[in-house]
Design a protein around this ligand. Structure first.
Ligand code: SF4
Ligand code: SF4
Length: 103
């Protein structure tokens, strides 16, 4: 599975349900859950859409993740990718949407 949804943070807004290209996420009692975890291909669309940072994306061994997770907190145009590393340390990468994809 590429993602994990934290029910404590989820507010049941359905954004992840609507954005998942594989229709893999569903709501039950106003909480999102992964219905087909094996089919997730890790596009991170749901991670970016979640307004509560409730979806963690697992960083695989192929990119040195080794059990690290990442979620997004957004404020306006600013996206903060918060990485919780396997060794207990944290890292934050800030991206301004206005500057994204500029070459
Ligand atoms: S990472 Fe992509 S494919 Fe996987 S559940 Fe989220 S939106 Fe769907
Ligand atoms: S986008 Fe986030 S808060 Fe909204 S339903 Fe999905 S997990 Fe819950």
């Amino acid at each position: 599975m590429s993602i994990r949804i934290n029910p404590e943070k989820c507010i049941g807004c359905s954004k992840c349900v609507n954005v998942c290209p594989g229709s893999l996420i569903e709501l039950s009692e106003r909480k999102a859950y992964m219905r087909y975890p094996k089919d997730c291909w890790g596009c991170v669309s749901c991670v970016k859409e979640c307004p509560k940072g409730a979806i963690d994306f697992f960083l695989g061994a192929d990119i040195g993740g080794n059990g690290s997770t990442m979620h997004v907190v957004s404020e306006g145009d600013l996206l903060q990718w918060k990485i919780h590393k396997y060794d207990g340390t944290q890292k934050v990468i800030e991206i301004n949407r206005k500057n994204a994809n500029r070459y």
